[in-house]
Every structure is written in C-alpha cells, then in structure tokens.
Design a protein around this ligand. Structure first.
Ligand code: PEP
Length: 256
C-alpha cells in the first residue's frame, strides 16, 4: 500500500453542532493510529467548527466552486475552505454528479481551483448498476478518471506530495449496504492505476485509490487488505466514532 492508508468520513448533508463530540472522539482516538491518515468532511457550516475542535485529523469540504470569488450565490470557493483551515476537498461525488449534473470537465476545473488554493483533493468516480450490468464499468470509470483528474504541474506536484486521491465508489454500493466484491474492487483499482500512470507517469503510483460504498466495521478489513486499495471513503459509518473507529483500526491492522 502506497503511503499511509487514508480513511475519510463523508458526513454528506448530515450533522449538527452536537456532532462535534463525535469528531473530538475520533480525533482523540487518532493518536492511537499514527499509521493511518484520518479525515472528516462535514457540511460547509461545520468545517470551521470541526477545524477548531480537532488536532490530529484532517478536515475537508465536500465540494468547491471553480472560481476563487464572485457572484455565485450559495457556492463556496476552494480559497474560502483553505482560509478556514480545511486540508482537502471531495470533488465529483456521485451524488453531486447526479443532483447537480456535474460533468467530468467541471470536476477537473474544480480540482484545478482546489490545487491552486493549496487544498488536497479526493476525486470520486464510479459506475451505475446499469453500466456494470452492461459490462461497461471499467470503460466508464476509466473515462471519468481521464476526464476529471487535474493535469499539469500543480497536479504532478500534488500527486508527489500525496495530496491527490481517487475514490472508486460504485454508485450502486453507496448507502445501500451492497458492497462490491473484493475481486471487482481489485480489478477496478488496477484499471484506475493504469489511467493514473498515463496521466502522471511515475507520480501516478503515489495517488491513493480509496474504495467507497457501504464500508463498515464488518467488511473494512477485507476491503482494505485488497491489492491496490489505499483507504476508504466512508459515508454512513462515519457519523459516529463508534462506527468509524473500527474502520480506522482495520486500516491500521492492514499496515502492521
Ligand atoms: C460516500 O458517501 O461516499 C459513501 C461511500 O457512503 P456509504 O459509506 O454510506 O455507502
């Protein structure tokens, strides 16, 4: 596994100030797992609050605009996230591709903006069930990687610095309790790795590829031990410390 495994909780549009207690509990426990890179991505209103509440874990946003500022009501720029102390931003989550019709080229532009603001990025890709059933999963995901990932010097530098990650999240596995078979995850991660090598050359090997889709305490160890899996993007099971920490522990065991 390249570098430390990366376990990222995506709170989606969940949470309230009371959940600061969960973030603090995760942060305290993180000291027991220095071999695991841990991060949480809360909704925008809580990014700054979590940043001030934790020390050991990363804090990120779930989206950003392509522009640094301007007349874009309701949007948040990468520069603003960086200004309140965010470390990274999740881009191109399938829920944003679906709900906000985000295209690969828009996601690439957001990735460029995030890197320019100094943020790390996690770019999400994944096929629908129809695409998998039609035998198109690898082609769809490869095209998403080719179209969404940033290119150029800033991207190369981010890859070298482990500030660039890809999350493979089959759409049919997100929030459904259905998990991709380990052999399918391994095959897809290998396909993504090929595209990363095409985009970044040797630096492509430094991009962690996370699996996402109904990861929980029971299935985490098997998924995280799989060839090419560099961590996990976790939705539902990241909302409490009790659900999230066993996944972190599984990542730590994989390293030992
Ligand atoms: C996600 O939000 O990226 C995700 C993988 O969700 P869940 O773990 O709930 O399937």
């Amino acid at each position: 596994m390249a570098h430390r495994p990366y376990i990222v909780g995506n709170w989606k549009m969940n949470g309230s100030r009371t959940m600061l207690a969960e973030a603090r509990a995760i942060d305290r426990a993180a000291l027991r797992y220095p071999e695991v890179q841990i991060a949480l991505a809360p909704p925008f209103p809580f990014v700054g609050l979590l940043r001030e509440a934790v020390n050991a874990i990363g804090i990120g946003g779930q989206d950003c605009h392509t522009a640094a500022k301007g007349a874009h009501t309701g949007d948040v720029s990468a520069a603003m996230l960086a200004d309140i102390g965010a470390d990274f931003v999740i881009l191109g989550h399938s829920e944003r591709r679906r709900d906000h019709h985000e295209s690969d080229s828009l996601i690439r532009a957001k990735a460029d903006a995030a890197l320019a603001a100094g943020l790390g990025i996690i770019v999400c890709v994944g096929e629908t069930l129809d695409e998998r059933d039609a035998g198109q999963a690898e082609a769809v995901v490869s095209a998403q990687v080719d179209g969404s990932l940033p290119l150029g010097d800033a991207a190369l530098e981010a890859a070298q610095a482990y500030k660039l990650a890809v999350a493979y999240e089959p759409v049919w596995a997100i929030g459904t309790g259905r998990v991709a078979a380990v052999e399918d995850v391994v095959a897809m991660h290998a396909a993504v790795r090929e595209r990363l090598a095409a985009a970044y050359g040797d630096a492509g090997a430094k991009v962690r590829i996370l699996y996402g889709g109904s990861v929980n305490a029971e299935n985490a160890a098997g998924l995280l031990a799989a060839q090419g899996v560099g961590g996990a993007l976790v939705g539902g099971a990241s909302l409490t410390a009790d659900a999230f920490l066993p996944i972190v522990a599984a990542a730590g065991q994989g390293e030992g």
